[in-house]
Design a protein around this ligand. Structure first.
Ligand code: G4P
Length: 288
């Protein structure tokens, strides 16, 4: 993305949400950070490390139904090798969430043992969800809180307005997630967020964006690209994004009067297809 296409995040809003997040953090024992498994780096804001300080955290690589399973396995192994608690999940169907509570208990096992030593057996564990927009925080809360009977009403010491969903196994979830802004300094981060639709298309040049995505697919997922648009591998080789976009448009019969290719329509089709995982299960960032 060029300078002009960079999304503006308003400092006032940032400070307010961060302050709210810091307040909420005091009420919870652990944080579930949600990231997009297709962009495990770009969908996370490293600022969260500073905000959380020593709060135990579990990383959820969400939307794993749309990500490359081999890459997701690599990312999980990598995070775990760094000492992280991490799970791959799909909050649309709930896949992978069965292990959530057990993973949080494991994460907090020393704390739980300390509580028990002090006679606090069965103390409720409270968790808060955090992440940048569009990674699936609300979907996660809805999934986990499904079947939660009555939300526990305001309690002493709990900020007015906060609600807690009981999610079973002695655990409660704060209804309001902590929203972080994405970190936009690296233009490639902005681009990958835009590929996934986390950045509104009104603020980006969709033809340029689709061309860049096609170049990535040409290099990393050429078979999936060929299969989706009935292209042949030799047609792709060494071709820049705009040529690839024209190939897609031509194959799709997207023409304007005079026989020219309607590249804007082709771009919208490519981006829609990618976001609906119709090109395949694709991960945009690799470990290492
Ligand atoms: P947020 O609170 O972090 O901003 O994210 P939210 O839950 O609103 O999810 C953003 C979009 O991602 C939603 O799609 C949601 O359905 C989708 N989503 C969340 N988790 C998953 C997942 O694991 N897999 C897939 N495939 N999609 C997921 P939307 O198009 O904005 O809404 P809708 O069409 O689902 O209503």
């Amino acid at each position: 993305m060029s300078e002009a296409q960079t999304v503006q995040w308003f400092p006032g809003h940032m400070t307010r949400t961060r302050r709210q997040m810091e307040k909420s953090l005091k009420l919870v024992d652990a944080v579930a950070e949600v990231a997009d498994a297709r962009i495990p780096v770009s969908s996370r804001n490293p600022e969260l490390d500073r905000i959380l300080q020593n709060k135990p955290r579990i990383l959820l690589l969400n939307k794993c139904d749309m990500a490359d399973p081999a890459q997701t396995a690599r990312w999980l192994a990598w995070y775990r090798s760094q000492g992280w608690a991490a799970l791959a999940v799909d909050c649309k169907t709930g896949k992978g969430l069965g292990g959530f509570q057990a993973a949080v208990r494991e994460l907090l096992k020393d704390k739980i043992a300390a509580w028990e030593a002090k006679g606090m057996r069965g103390r409720v564990i409270r968790v808060m969800v955090c992440g940048v927009p569009n990674v699936g925080k609300s979907s996660l809360i809805n999934r986990l809180a499904r079947g939660s009977r009555a939300a526990v009403e305001d309690r002493p010491g709990v900020t007015r307005g906060n609600q807690w969903f009981s999610i079973g196994k002695g655990m409660e979830l704060l209804d309001t997630p902590g929203v972080l802004w994405p970190k936009f300094e690296d233009p490639e981060v902005g681009e990958r967020l835009a590929f996934t639709g986390a950045v509104k298309d009104e603020v980006v040049d969709t033809e340029h964006l689709a061309g860049r995505l096609l170049e990535f697919l040409r290099d990393q997922y050429p078979d999936a690209l060929c299969a989706r648009y009935r292209l042949e591998r030799p047609e792709l080789e060494g071709q820049p994004g705009y040529v690839l976009l024209e190939l897609v448009g031509r194959r799709r019969g997207m023409l304007v009067s005079g026989g020219e290719i309607h590249t804007e329509r082709a771009a919208a089709a490519v981006l829609d297809d990618f976001r609906a995982a119709k090109i395949g299960k694709i991960t945009l960032e690799q470990v290492g």
